[in-house]
Write a protein that binds this ligand. Structure first.
Ligand code: ADP
Length: 718
């Protein structure tokens, strides 16, 4: 009997489409196929095969089974689960899962091989080259390996003793060397490592590895990884990190621990490299992957452990396109694959702490730094009492501390989570604030490039000489500091010091991030001015002073997680100070030293802060005690959008335990010419919020120009 194949396509379609399986094609679920869609052939994945019952309307046939790896059942199930949870089309997460499969194959490389012909005139140098050529490599590498000049290789090529061949770079990864010993663990580290090994042995289960900065969490979870890899020759391990700079540091540590490069997966890996990792993961030959959130969608064959390092980090939430939180989905993928999940952090999210408190996750704590290192002393600088001079941003106590640190030959880090030179440019003649066209967001001044940039939409323009509004000349003034401005001030104060800026404007790619981290770790920078890109996870042995330029920044305009996020970010940033045997200091500049977040940071009393924050959330039924979902409806026409959201409000299903707030103007009311309106939905934990949102969505028909985006468990309220 002929069969019908359900084929999921990597595009925003509501469901899989049915195609007829041509006679003898022998499809299996997970196969990648090409199918006709309108006039085109599209790559898709077979999710299901069933016998065709007679009498159906004729289906178009599958055009071809592609000669590409099959998606394992766990990957397909995960994609479908994620789509249902996010109330989105399954083709959206499938597109992420196929990103590596659709990338171009690596190009062939030219290597030199020995042909077997003997040289007419053998010399020791020539013999060496022929021996080295047993291992195919590029001509220049061969000359280097044999310790001869390029001329020797060229002469042998001319003579036909060597020949050039084009070969495809191998998709293989070196296997991890599991006989290498890890570091000698301290008693508390060893206890945590043992508990994690038990977790790994038990299949699915989640542990919170909760340890202060520098306590050795990475060393401990690498032991769990070693155990998972040793228990099964096919086992695979995934380590997720929130920043490219951190992936670089962890890749180096994995390579040192296991003597083999792990697969690297993030936006900066070139397409052929992605294809190589994707295929090796599907084949099971890449056994360790270190990557950013989308690595969670790779086609693992036998995933046995997922580590989410810095699990509290907001960068795990993907906000555009397919909206998901990689930490939450890691737990889902773990359950589907029967894999252990380790969530590691010095400042865990309230969601994770709640799960640990309730006994759903195992909770392992490391309360001291490794070895003789101590946590830094944290002091608050009250800017009302000791303000910086006019037009400056560093207060006298901070400048004094920097001078002392510099005199001792140690390093300072100035932390300010703001890119560019100044967050606002206004006209002192007419008061106009410079904003991006058709967007409610200030233009940020960047001095390195001399441009005003919208960080939301990417729009940029040269800084004008006159106010575009009133025409006044030289009237535009820069308000407030960004990292570039703090750098300018630091240079004026310490003209001899080696100063660098670490932000996404100065560090564009993984290589540059690695270079800057290495330079800092080697002590070749005296003052590093950094956004959060450098404030997390790194070990800088000579860094003894962290100055937080504006500790109140994250508390302004606060959303539900403002206090939690500020606490986490500042605890991470201050946690960079004082590694090895040098004690560290952290100074926080604030106008609100009495604020609960500042007091908790100063007292280093995370538990008290968390308890107070939890109590507030519980009272309000907010996460982790309740669930939230957001809806953003947007469209170019204000009246049409108004009418639509009014109708949408009326269509909201009436369900006990669910409250719908809105519609309201979004704080970012206008982006790229589109007006935006928001709803916020709060639900009790017992409610299936995804099902509720799907039911609501099904009741409304947005007109063509209106888009409706649903965000389950929102982190952005703009
Ligand atoms: P965390 O991930 O908790 O911030 P790390 O694992 O990065 O901590 O450890 C901090 C520093 O201490 C690193 O340089 C690490 O190599 C070192 N370290 C931690 N534990 C040990 C150990 N048992 N033996 C040797 N060095 C260790």
């Amino acid at each position: 009997m002929s069969r019908i194949a359900s084929v999921l396509l990597p595009m925003p379609l509501p469901e899989a489409f049915d195609y007829a399986e041509p006679e003898g094609m022998g499809l299996e679920a997970g196969d990648q196929v090409a199918v006709p869609l309108g006039p085109r052939l599209i790559r898709g994945v077979v999710t299901e095969l069933r016998d065709a019952m007679g009498g159906n309307r004729p289906l178009k046939p599958v055009a071809e089974r592609l000669d590409d790896p099959r998606l394992p059942p766990g990957t397909v199930e995960f994609v479908q689960w994620a789509a249902r949870y996010a109330v989105d089309a399954p083709g959206q997460p499938l597109a992420i899962a196929l990103r590596g499969a659709r990338a171009p194959k690596p190009r062939p490389v030219r290597v030199v091989v020995a042909t077997g012909t003997s040289p007419a005139r053998p010399t020791p140098a020539r013999e060496k080259v022929i021996e080295a050529a047993l291992q195919p490599m590029a001509a220049a590498d061969l000359a280097r390996a044999a310790g001869v000049s390029a001329g020797v290789v060229k002469a042998l090529l001319d003579e036909g003793v060597l020949a050039v061949r084009e070969i495809l770079p191998e998709a293989r990864f070196d296997p991890p060397d599991l006989s290498r010993p890890g570091p000698q663990l301290s008693a508390s580290q060893a206890a945590a490592a043992e508990a994690l090994k038990d977790l790994v042995a038990d299949g699915f289960g989640v542990a919170l590895l909760d340890g202060v900065t520098g306590s050795g969490k990475t060393e401990v979870y690498l032991e769990a990884a070693a155990a998972a890899l040793a228990a099964d020759p096919d086992a695979q391990v995934l380590i997720l990190l929130p920043e490219i700079a951190l992936t670089q540091a962890v890749i180096a540590r994995v390579a040192a621990r296991f003597g083999a490069q792990p697969g690297e997966w993030h936006s900066d890996v070139a397409p052929p490299g992605r294809r190589r990792v994707w295929e090796a993961v599907a084949a099971g030959t890449c056994r360790i992957v270190v990557g950013a959130r989308s690595a969670l969608f790779l086609p693992f064959r036998k995933l046995r452990l997922i580590v989410v390092d810095e699990e509290h980090d907001g960068s795990f939430k993907q906000e555009d396109g397919f909206i998901y939180h990689a930490r939450d989905l890691a737990v889902v993928r773990g359950r589907i694959e029967g894999a252990a999940v380790i969530l590691a952090s010095a400042t865990p999210s309230l969601e994770t702490l709640r799960n640990a408190e309730a006994g759903r996750y195992r909770w392992l704590r490391l309360s001291a730094r490794h070895g003789t290192a101590r946590l830094p002393d944290i002091e608050l600088i009250d800017l009302r009492e000791t303000p910086p001079e006019a037009g400056r941003w560093l207060s006298p106590p901070l400048v004094k501390a920097m001078a002392e640190t510099w005199a001792r030959g140690e390093q300072s880090l100035l932390f300010l989570n703001r890119r560019g030179y100044a967050p606002l440019v206004l006209c002192k003649a007419c008061g106009e604030r410079m904003t991006a066209p058709d967007t409610d967001s200030w233009l940020v001044e960047h001095r390195y490039t001399g441009r005003l940039v919208c960080h939301l939409t990417g729009f940029s323009m040269p800084k004008p000489a006159a106010c575009p509004h009133c025409g006044a000349k030289d009237s535009l003034v820069s308000i407030g500091p960004g990292v570039e401005r703090v750098e300018e001030e630091a240079r004026a104060l310490f003209p001899e010091a080696r100063i660098a800026v670490f932000s996404s404007d100065t560090v564009f790619d993984a290589r540059e991030a690695r270079r800057l981290v290495e330079t800092m770790a080697a002590g070749e920078i005296d003052i590093l001015v950094a956004t959060q890109a450098a404030a997390k996870g790194h070990n800088f042995p000579k860094l003894t002073l962290v100055g937080v330029v504006d500790a109140d920044l994250g508390l302004r305009g606060g959303d539900l997680r403002a206090a939690e996020r500020t606490y986490q970010l500042l605890a991470q940033a201050t946690g960079r100070a004082g590694r090895k045997d040098r004690p560290g200091r952290a100074l926080l500049q604030t106008y609100a030293p009495e604020h609960a977040v500042m007091q908790a940071l100063k007292a280093q009393d995370r538990d008290a802060f968390v308890a107070a924050e939890m109590a507030e959330r519980e009272l309000a039924g907010l996460p982790p005690f309740g669930r939230l979902a957001a809806v953003v409806a947007s469209g170019p026409d204000a009246a049409q959008l108004d009418a639509f959201v009014q109708g949408m409000a009326q269509a909201a299903p009436n369900t006990p335990g669910v409250e719908v707030y809105g519609p309201a103007d979004a704080p970012l009311g206008l982006v790229r010419g589109r007006r935006r309106k928001r709803f916020l939905v709060r639900a009790d934990r017992s409610v299936d919020l995804s099902a509720y949102m799907a039911a609501w969505r099904a009741r409304v028909r947005p007109p063509g120009q209106i888009r409706v985006a649903i965000d389950i468990d929102p982190y952005s309220f703009l």
